[in-house]
Design a protein around this ligand. Structure first.
Ligand code: ADP
Length: 308
């Protein structure tokens, strides 16, 4: 079983339907309320664990009801919670999500405890990082945690996947020590200033990211799939699977969790992207983020069907 360490965010998703998104100062009577585990780190950890990896998740929670629910969730998912810190002085992160009748949303993410992971807290997990096959990080936590994770992984020769989401400025020199980077179109724009809309523009942006130091660039292109560039004149689109999409939130998280699982299990980059596309495609057929992540047998069934 491949070992994956995920360092990143946990937030509880608090979602309400609403006839229309409230204007400033307005109170709207909403529709059904839904609550579930979320945050990019937590979603990606869940996706990798359901894909079949041995996952350790490093994050920070508050000593509150949402934090206790999070620990229950990760225990149920067979994710190692030894490095999930509980900080009595902070609240567990929360995403306040409103979705209107047209499917438009507006979201406030209050990172709370998981936004304050320190260098020392990452170093506490050094032994775990040392024995990992892959380390997976996002940008939804403190820069200190991100930079330290890359440094510790590098010191032990463990490859790092950076999912640069949601985009925030970070010290670009860490890209020299990142093995794989997985921006979506928006994040690719933030990294390069190049609008990515198709394979041609994906290639142009990927070349710029490659020059910044990461030598396997994977730009996810929504329902089109994901574009791979590893140097030279051209890259390659690894196409997605055709499914009936009902909720695409968390698609990128599914892709990253699936990719981390497959690449740490010894797959080639292209095969790992194919696996990741399958995980992500299945995730968009269900509502929610972490709860929508598919299990290994579902992914294998979709891959087998595609071969026939
Ligand atoms: P994000 O969720 O970060 O915006 P993308 O929209 O690029 O990321 O989606 C990530 C991956 O999810 C894609 O590379 C693809 O594999 C898969 N995906 C997204 N939308 C669909 C869809 N409608 N049908 C099938 N796969 C999809």
């Amino acid at each position: 079983m491949s070992k994956v360490v995920v360092v990143g965010s946990y937030v509880v998703d608090l979602m309400s339907r609403t006839p229309h998104l409230p204007k400033p100062g307005e109170t709207v009577l909403g529709g059904p309320f839904q609550m579930g585990p979320g945050g990019k780190g937590g979603n990606q950890a869940t996706a990798a664990a359901r894909s079949g990896s041995d996952v350790t998740f490093l994050t920070k929670l508050g000593d509150d009801v949402f934090g206790r629910e999070a620990l229950k969730h990760f225990t149920n998912e067979n994710v190692n919670i030894d490095y999930i810190k509980v900080d009595p002085d902070q609240a567990t992160g929360a995403a306040l999500i409103e979705v209107d009748d047209k499917g438009e949303n507006s979201i406030v993410v209050a990172l709370g405890a998981c936004g304050t992971i320190t260098e020392a807290e990452v170093i506490e997990a050094e032994d775990k990082i040392k024995e990992a096959d892959i380390v997976l990080i996002q940008l939804e936590t403190s820069i200190e945690a991100i930079v330290t994770t890359v440094k510790v992984a590098k010191n032990h020769g463990v490859p790092v996947i950076l999912n640069p989401a949601p985009y925030q400025e970070f010290p670009r020199e860490i890209l020299l020590d990142v093995a794989y980077i997985t921006p979506n179109e928006t994040e690719a724009f933030e990294l390069t200033g190049i609008e990515v809309t198709d394979e041609r523009t994906a290639l142009t942006a990927a070349k710029v990211i490659y020059e910044q130091g990461v030598h396997t660039v994977i730009i996810t292109l929504g329902s089109k799939g994901a574009y791979l560039y590893t140097g030279g004149d051209s890259g390659e689109l690894i196409p997605s699977f055709t499914v009936e999409a009902v909720d695409t939130t968390g698609a990128g998280d599914a892709f990253n969790g699936g990719f981390a699982h497959a690449i740490s299990n010894g797959s080639s980059v292209k095969d790992a992207m194919k696996f990741a596309n399958a995980v992500a495609a299945l995730s968009v057929t269900k509502i929610g983020t972490a709860p929508a992540m598919p299990y290994k047998h579902e992914v294998e069934a979709l891959l087998a069907k595609a071969v026939k």
